[in-house]
Structure formats: C-alpha cells, structure tokens
Design a protein around this ligand. Sequence first.
Ligand code: SAM
Length: 219
Amino acid sequence: MTVSLLLACRRPVRGFRVHRSARLAASPRHLKPLFITWAAFSFLFLLAAAQEVRPQDEYTLRQPNRLAPFVPTPQRIVEEMLEVAQVGPSDVVYDLGSGDGRIVITAAQKFGARAVGVEIDEKLARASSQRIAELGLEGRARVLHQDMFETNLRPATVVTLYLLTVVNERLRPILERDLRPGARVVTQEFKIPGWTPEKVVHAESEAGVPYTIYLYVRP
Ligand SMILES: C[S@@+](CC[C@H](N)C(=O)[O-])C[C@H]1O[C@@H](n2cnc3c(N)ncnc32)[C@H](O)[C@@H]1O
C-alpha cells in the first residue's frame, strides 16, 4: 500500500497542472526520509512488543503472579510501622508479601498480636514458617504460602504492605471488599492510589536511610 501511494503521488492527474512545490513535496526524494522514519519506528515498535511478551527470567515464568522481589524492611522501620498502626494484642495483622516473615514475627513477638504472612515464594514461606516454629510463636503467627490476590482478608484488623504503587492499586479493591471499618493499612514508601493517608510518618532505618510510612484507616 505504501508503494502504490508513492507511485500515485508521482503520477500527475490528467487535466491538472501540478504546482512545482506540490511536485517537490510529493517526490520520492522527499518522501524517502519519511519512509525511513516510518520503517525505523515500526521496527522499534515490533522490538518493544517482542520484549514485552518475553518473560523476564525463569523465575517470573514459574511465578507469573510474583509482582515484587524480596526486599526486607529494616527492623527499625518494621517496628515503626506497627507502632504507627498502634498494633496491640487484640489485633490480627496480615503482611501481604511477607518475605522472611519479619513483620509477622515482630507483630506477634513484640506487639502481642496474632499475625499472618502471605508469601508466594515457597522457599521464603517455608523458611519463615520454620523461624516462627523455632521462636515458639506458632500459636500467634503463621505464614500462608499463597498468592495475596487470592487471600481472604476479612479476619485482618491491620494490613501491612511493602509493595509497589501499581501492586497497591491492584490490591485496593480487595482491601475495600474485605476490610472492616476501622481496619488500618500501613504501607512504607509506596502509597495506595485513590486513598488519603490519615498519617504520614518519616523515619530512619538503623543505617540512617530515610523511609516514609503511610497510615490509612478504613472508613
Ligand atoms: C518487598 S518484599 C517485602 C517483604 C516483607 N513484607 C518486608 O517488608 O520485609 C515483597 C514480597 O512480596 C512477595 N510477593 C510478590 N508477589 C506476591 C503475590 N502475588 N502474593 C504473595 N506474595 C508476593 C515477594 O516474594 C516478596 O517476598
């Protein structure tokens, strides 16, 4: 189709005198850069599309719903998050994407709450369950090896998140569906789009790295 368009531009229409500037504008010499640009963009677009569908690594291939890597929250920030949410013995804390279980363990051990971690990575889920057993916290803490998007959050009075904003956004309808009025959601670094935080706290890790903690309370 591009070729026939180019030819059509070259051919003068019978009965009409084509103005020189129009002929120049439509000449193949002038269309060549346009064609090259179009071809280059098409190539880049196809390349980008191919990259998009290619799995990032073997890991994401096996776990397509793993939406964040394991990056632990520094212990001082863990405690600050639980303090900001005023976690106590009557609370049920859910950490979505619980990693090595540090939030779950701290909530049970230091704040006396019942705590549930949800972790999609089997090794992390197994290691954190083992740590809970070693600490004798099985009565108060446990880790579920499952996808957070398939988790019933109705028992939770507090939810902790250290996930990307896009993941928080995907979780929002589940939080809105399951959480009771008054339930608290604490995130660190990444906000929940569409929600207004009740409190924003700036804290520093043991290494002096600044963190921002957001507290949301369900209406
Ligand atoms: C940034 S780490 C946070 C770990 C822990 N909450 C903390 O603050 O130390 C995110 C965790 O989410 C887990 N994760 C990612 N996608 C998940 C999913 N769909 N369901 C459950 N866990 C998931 C990852 O395996 C990783 O351990």
